[in-house]
Write a protein that binds this ligand. Structure first.
Ligand code: F6P
Length: 493
């Protein structure tokens, strides 16, 4: 952490994402700061706290505008300000077309192999371009004419790297694509191939979660745009500029997470969960959990079908096991997100109607946001945690569950189609499309001997502890620091 700060001193460090790390909203008369759902903002926050710098993101809360100074800056995190947040304002129509339309109805399903067909509207692409331009203006204003490191997050900003380089070639630009990159075959459906790929090749460094996504990207470039692809060195040359393409599996702040898990507040939250779920008096012996944004890529219906099948196959567990599914509402303006949310609610009802007896209800669905601390408390109570994404760049819920279990107990059931499955091979790995495999893994989890649970959890914890978020950031930054930093003096000085 200290190294990161020292190394970057003297050169501005600008991080860019669509989602802001702290949202200000009005609660009656009082302005409160809260954290949004989703892995990105949570994962990047400790990196910015260690490196200082400025985070440029879209303002979304109803009090965001009031929380800033006259230059749209606010110091965050609120209780211990260590870096600056610059908010960018996007109007409603642009948000609808850039964020809902192009980013989440176009690029999101294109990049995830999850059988929702992407929609590409020319107007959304127009707005995507415009939103990238608005962010480019804000970044260039922050950087001035100087050299700076700009670290862009995700699929909302594919055109930004080229826009930045054209206007200030002294910038060193890196981007991390948090979601998968599709194979060249699937990418053929994208209508504005040359423009998007050229945009991305403005990066000096382009990072993915997995080597596999890098390979897909290199092949996509090779087939679609004039450029020299070097597969061995994993780089691309276009118009005399080189882009390095590298895998950097993202992670969490393991130590901070463990400190929270040890804290007395988590104990209190555990008590609260016990009370709310009636765990002490209901005869429940096994608690299973799932925690996701409500998103069709997360395989929530598949997981519920798997649990239903488990109850069918193992009648001896009826009345003794409970599954708590937390679904945080997400991107609800989009039809497919509403559809999956309704599907989950119906399925929970069907399963409960089928199996419930007396006061026992097999599934509890909580459709709301919980704080990280409340989730840690739930992790600590759960005998097993189920992650069944149909396709996921990484999935940090899996890593968080492992980090919470300092008692070295608990079983992780994990989809093979997540990036996390490459690192957490001691989880019970399943094909999320095969409900029989999910049911079998649940049976294995409840039968597993303590010794075996401990062995697996210990190894997974070691993995997350070593490959933590600072390791991720340090790897990216050390690549960045190998680029020559252009002199900040202008030629005629
Ligand atoms: O995993 C992809 C991702 O965009 C993350 O980067 C982000 O944390 C999460 O999905 C939530 O998405 P949104 O910002 O659209 O709520």
């Amino acid at each position: 952490q200290r190294l990161m700060h020292r190394e970057l001193q003297g050169v501005k460090f600008l991080v860019v994402s669509n989602r802001e790390p702290y949202v200000h909203s009005w609660k009656g008369e009082e302005m409160v700061a809260s954290r949004p759902a989703g892995g990105l903002a949570l994962a990047l926050d400790p990196v910015l706290q260690a490196a200082n710098g400025t985070w440029i993101a879209q303002g979304t809360g109803d009090a965001d505008r009031e929380s800033v100074d006259e230059h749209d800056h606010v110091a965050v995190p609120p209780d211990n300000p260590t870096y600056t947040l610059r908010r960018v304002w996007i109007d409603e129509q642009l948000q609808r077309e850039f964020y809902n339309g192009m980013a989440n109805e176009g690029l999101w399903p294109l990049c995830h192999a999850s059988f929702v067909r992407p929609t590409f509207r020319p107007r959304d692409w127009e707005s995507y371009r415009r939103a990238n331009q608005i962010f480019a203006d804000a970044i260039l204003e922050e950087a001035g004419d100087e050299a700076a490191f700009v670290f862009i997050q995700d699929y909302h900003f594919a055109l930004l790297p080229r826009m930045l380089k054209e206007r200030n070639p002294k910038l060193i630009v890196a981007q991390f694509w948090h979601i998968p990159w599709p194979n060249a075959e699937a990418f053929r459906a994208f209508p504005w191939k040359e423009e998007i790929l050229d945009g991305l090749l403005g990066n000096d460094l382009f990072g993915f979660q997995l080597r596999y996504h890098c390979t897909n990207f290199l092949e996509t470039i090779d087939r679609n745009i004039e450029a020299i692809v070097n597969n061995e060195q994993s780089n691309v040359q276009r118009g005399g500029h080189e882009t390095l393409v590298r895998p950097f599996p993202i992670s969490i702040d393991f130590d901070a997470h463990v400190r929270t898990a040890f804290g007395p507040e988590v104990q209190a939250d555990m008590e609260e969960w016990r009370r709310q779920l009636n765990l002490d008096s209901s005869g429940i012996e096994f608690l299973g959990i799932g925690i996701d944004r409500i998103d069709y890529t997360k395989g929530i219906p598949d997981r519920l079908h798997g649990f239903d099948y488990f109850l069918e196959q193992h009648p001896e567990y009826r009345g003794r096991i409970q599954f708590v599914q937390i679904g945080v509402p997400s991107r609800m303006q989009i039809e497919q997100y509403q559809a999956v949310s309704e599907e989950v609610e119906k399925l929970v009802d069907t399963i409960n109607t089928r199996w419930a007896t007396g006061s026992w209800k097999p599934v509890i669905f909580l459709k709301q946001y919980f704080t990280p601390r409340q989730l840690i408390a739930l992790h600590r109570l759960a005998h097993f945690c189920v992650v069944t994404s149909l396709h996921d760049g990484m999935n940090l819920v899996a890593k968080e569950y492992v980090a919470s279990r300092f008692d070295e107990d608990g079983v992780l059931i994990l989809s093979r189609f997540t990036g996390a499955a490459r690192e957490l091979s001691d989880a019970l790995l399943v094909n999320p499309f095969a409900i029989g495999e999910i049911a079998e893994a649940i049976a294995q989890a409840v039968h597993m001997k303590q010794e075996e649970r401990r062995k697996r959890m210990r190894r997974m914890r070691r993995e997350v502890e070593e490959n933590n978020i600072y390791h991720w950031a340090a790897n990216i930054l050390s690549q960045l620091l190998r680029f020559e930093i252009p002199s900040t003096q202008s030629e005629d000085e």
